[in-house]
Design a protein around this ligand. Structure first.
Ligand code: NI
Length: 228
């Protein structure tokens, strides 16, 4: 499931990110790539130790923690600290699958985070650059994603994906990985659909007793399927 989440950042948060990143020190993106993906990856990236990355990453994680659509789609257990990248001058990231496990080294010993989901938060507006589409392959085919600044796409970490060459301007984005409470993609999808249906019914028939029953089914499935 690909989930487009609109306006994860409000105008103030987006402005703050853009201003801070305009003055940032971009390193070679291959520092966080695995052996295979390093050969396909050409971009600039903030070092994880960069204070700007840490400051803006905290803003993003805080915004995500308040976003009910993100919660419903990801059922997050752990979020890898957001990273930031920049593509310009023909830079691209060829087809690859992200590493299955990342280690959060802010804690000792380092904490493994299984990358059930990947997310990209667009920080540049689509008209600021040409190319730079995030192309994601799933069982339903190939999807091109290029979103307004402040919007996020959530997709399975197991997907093959690429970033097309940026031929004009600069594509600045944040990206992160999420370990979900629910490992199975199919189970997450069922829970998301059930959650959305319950939310809609709550608006239409707030007093229906069946809502209590359906909500119970949701939580009992989550209890069955989560590994928290
Ligand atoms: Ni990737």
């Amino acid at each position: 499931m690909l989930l487009h989440i609109e306006k994860v950042l409000d105008a103030d948060q987006l402005g703050q990110c853009r201003t801070r990143l305009a003055a940032a020190d971009w390193a070679d993106g291959r520092v966080t790539a695995g052996y295979q993906s390093a050969r396909a990856k050409h971009n600039g990236q903030l070092l994880e130790s960069d204070p700007i990355a840490q400051e803006l990453g905290a803003i993003i994680v805080d915004a995500l923690s308040r976003n009910t659509t993100f919660f419903a789609g990801a059922l997050p257990r752990r979020i890898y600290p957001p990273l930031f990248n920049r593509y310009a001058g023909g830079q691209a990231f060829g087809w690859h699958v992200d590493n299955a496990v990342r280690y959060d080294r802010r804690v000792e010993p380092a904490m493994p985070i299984r990358t059930d989901l990947s997310a990209t938060l667009f920080l540049a507006a689509p008209d600021e650059y040409d190319g730079g589409e995030l192309v994601i392959e799933d069982t339903y085919g190939t999807h091109e994603v290029k979103l307004p600044a402040g919007d996020l796409v959530l997709y399975p970490g197991s997907s093959l994906h690429e970033v097309r060459p940026v031929t004009r301007g600069a594509r600045v984005a944040s990206f992160m990985w999420i370990q979900s409470l629910v490992r199975s993609q199919a189970h997450r999808r069922l829970l998301f659909d059930l959650d959305v249906a319950i939310q809609k019914l709550t608006m239409q028939l707030p007093d229906a007793r069946e809502l209590v029953q359906l909500t119970g089914v949701y939580h009992n499935l989550l209890r069955e399927w989560s590994d928290a």
